[in-house]
Write a protein that binds this ligand. Structure first.
Ligand code: ADP
Ligand code: MG
Length: 697
């Protein structure tokens, strides 16, 4: 029918309706037939023979050939589940969940029984699980308790071409494991040609190619650089949709925000047209609730075209069948270490040529396709990198350093990395751990450091939890840390922005976003964890349930570590001081009206509009922040007012109290001197290491 709606509400109803129609549409082919249609099925027996003869193999196959969903099942069918679990790692949580669900359907078992998945804070496996999908981070953690990963008979390291930080570290660890566990099968899969590099790394192991079935894709560039890729993508999408053609559309956008806007813009423009054919607009990104994520895989009813708007998750991790048109914005979000602020930040970057080619390849799976690149051919050829820099070379390594240290790997510069991280990166991360008291002056793990490793949290957060026990406010900090581990608890429905903002304001603790979170949780608890209460207060019930679950898991670890959970009651200043003790290296001080500068670097930084301190007229002299978000400016997200004296007391490396309060410059110089001293000490240490290595050679 014609789509003619005027408000957002109507738009969401449209999305709702189109996805319902999608669900209702019967699957035309049985799951078994679908499995046998996959390219990997044609080489199944040969593949299993090669695996029987080799302990480590690399498998290369186009995205969608069936690697992720079929390999685990083939290994099970060939008997490997008798001697252990068949594990398959994924760099992305969404992929682990969605693929496990799919495989459980294909095997006709209940998810969480024979087939399950495990991601941080969410373990959907049981004693009977023999096919387990998990994030690479989970396997890495498991190797802490069981370095030889004895419970596994097969480990499939999927999506190795992604070169995620955890996968890269696992490479180094597993290389050792397979050298003495002859009963373990290690399978590394890749969608691209990096395969030879992997093969060499594991000692010239065989590379198995799954012959693909792909069709030509026409690639179109823009004449001029595009100014607004959301607008251009929406235009392109409608142009495709309104010309008589068949096939679904896939649009790549950098992140959630851009995806949501793109969906809105397309729907709005479609609504303005008379007699436009129906279009099912389906977003997908990692924070989307999983029932909505599943929609992208469902077949649309006859005559309804699908338009999937995705992050790079749809590049190789998830395959949507039936795509014939790809629109590529050229951008993605990457976590990078920003030396200016001394920490990681999520930033928008142009994709690499390899990514661009993966993206366009999505259009040629079912027939000849078209890819619209919203950039010039010049930009592709001259400005894009050949491939993305591996995560290990661009992010903060503090967690990894902590993990490896506790595995007994003392000299990280000696660890067998496929592509070693820059030495500065390692030293910087060690420095950060030293500040937090996790490493001592010789770079060895301290008792606190050993305790920190036990928590699946960022070092600053685990430190905060440990300190809170001494400060007798661990009950409160446990809640705060759990709240920080879920994306966002407040929602702001369209059309009810003011109303929801007003409700939200009632929860605000003026001096701290962290305390606001604590207060919300406590109120929810007082209301018996009620769903109704959440809905009434514009709070995501699912997010809150998640918080409760995370809290209980962290509490288990605290119990194991004999860290008591103690409440400080209403002494919330103590909680703020505890927050300060973990974040003192991320502090800012007031300079001028409502303007802050970073205490260590002097760089201007701004309160994020979502902070309760924003625009409240109350601007404390000193604040610490949870994270820094870079957009047009540097924004501090989730902040807490602190006392300048606490900073001096808790972070003596950085801050000293001057007798005269007006000599802030002097403090800065003292900090700088200390930093320089630290840096040169670390540099000297690394120099020494190097010369020792040279001598050894
Ligand atoms: P590869 O790992 O080689 O990229 P996959 O095993 O992920 O391939 O995909 C094989 C097929 O399974 C694809 O056709 C894909 O569309 C389908 N598939 C994968 N996950 C799901 C899912 N959650 N729902 C429906 N189909 C899926
Ligand atoms: Mg895959």
């Amino acid at each position: 029918g014609s789509t003619d709606y005027k408000s957002d509400q109507q738009f969401s109803q449209h999305i709702q309706k189109s996805s319902e129609a999608v669900s209702a549409f019967a699957k035309s082919r049985t799951l078994k037939q679908q499995r046998q249609f996959l390219p990997i099925f044609a080489v199944r027996d040969e593949l299993l023979r090669v695996i029987r003869d080799n302990n480590v193999i690399i498998i290369v196959g186009e995205t969608g050939s069936g690697k992720t969903t079929q390999l685990t099942q083939y290994m099970h069918e060939d008997g490997y589940s008798k001697s252990g679990i068949i594990g398959c790692t994924q760099p992305r949580r969404v992929a682990a969940m969605s693929v496990a669900k799919r495989v459980s359907e294909e095997m006709n078992v209940k998810l969480g029984e024979e087939v399950g998945y495990s991601i941080r804070f969410e373990d959907v496996t049981s004693k009977s699980t023999f096919i387990k999908y998990m994030t690479d981070g989970i396997l890495l953690r498991e190797s802490l308790g069981e370095p030889d990963l004895d419970q596994y008979s097969v480990i499939i390291m999927d999506e190795a071409h992604e070169r995620s930080l955890n996968t890269d570290v696992l490479f180094g660890l597993l290389r050792d494991v397979v050298s003495h566990r002859y009963d373990l099968k290690l399978i590394v899969t890749s969608a691209t040609m990096d395969a030879d590099k992997f093969a060499k790394f594991f000692g010239n192991v065989p590379v198995f190619n799954i012959p693909g079935r792909t069709f030509p894709v026409d690639i179109m560039y823009t004449q001029n650089p595009c100014e607004d890729y959301v607008d251009s993508a929406a235009k392109q999408c409608l142009q495709i949709h309104l010309t008589p053609s068949q096939g679904d559309i896939l649009i790549f956008m950098p992140g959630q925000e851009e995806i949501e806007t793109t969906c809105d813009v397309i729907a709005e423009r479609l609504a303005d047209l008379e007699d436009a054919p129906p279009l099912a607009i389906l977003p997908i990104y990692s924070q989307l609730p999983s029932d909505l994520q599943a929609k992208i895989f469902e077949k649309a009813p006859d005559g309804v075209r699908k338009c999937v708007v995705a992050t790079n998750i749809a590049e190789t991790s998830l395959t949507v069948d039936g795509i014939m048109f790809v629109i590529d914005s050229a951008y993605c979000k990457l976590k990078v270490f920003n030396p200016r602020i001394g920490m990681d930040a999520l930033q928008v970057f142009p994709v690499s040529q390899a990514n661009a080619n993966q993206r366009s390849g999505r259009a040629g799976r079912t027939g000849a396709g078209q890819c619209f690149r919203l950039y010039t051919e010049m930009a592709y050829k001259n400005e894009m990198l050949k491939s993305t820099v591996p995560e290990i070379q661009r992010t903060n390594l503090a967690n990894i350093v902590l993990l490896l240290k506790s595995l007994g790997i003392q000299d990280l510069l000696q660890f067998h990395f496929m592509d070693p991280p820059p030495q500065d990166n390692i030293l910087n991360s060690m420095y950060q751990l030293w500040i937090l008291g996790a490493l001592d002056n010789t770079g060895a793990l301290t008792d606190v450091g050993r305790q920190m490793v036990e928590f699946p949290l960022d070092p600053a957060l685990s430190k905060m939890l440990i300190v809170s026990v001494d400060m007798k406010c661990s009950a409160e900090v446990l809640i705060i840390v759990s709240m920080l581990s879920v994306p966002s608890i407040f929602f702001r429905p369209k059309g009810k922005e003011e109303e929801s903002d007003m409700v939200r304001e009632k929860f605000q603790v003026p001096e701290s976003d962290h305390l606001t979170m604590l207060y919300v949780y406590q109120q929810w608890k007082l209301n018996n964890y009620s769903t109704h209460w959440c809905n009434e207060h514009y709070i995501h019930i699912k997010a809150m349930r998640k918080v409760r679950e995370v809290r209980s898991q962290l509490k288990d670890i605290m119990d194991q570590q004999r860290l008591p959970v103690i409440s400080t009651g209403t002494e919330w200043d103590i909680v703020r001081k505890c927050i300060c003790s973990a974040y003192f290296h991320q502090a800012a001080r007031l300079k001028g009206i409502g303007e802050y500068v970073n205490c260590r670097t002097g760089m201007p930084c701004h309160l994020h509009p979502t902070s309760g301190l924003y625009g409240m007229g109350f601007t404390p002299d000193y604040i610490v922040y949870h994270e820094l978000v870079m957009t047009t400016k540097e924004y501090m997200q989730c902040v807490t007012a602190v006392d300048g004296l606490w900073l001096a007391e808790l972070g003596p490396v950085f801050y000293t109290v001057k007798s005269s309060s007006s000599t802030r410059g002097g403090t800065k110089q003292a900090v700088k001197a200390k930093l320089n001293q630290m840096e040169s000490e670390l540099a000297a240490a690394s120099q020494k290491l190097k010369s020792m290595k040279d001598e050894a050679n």
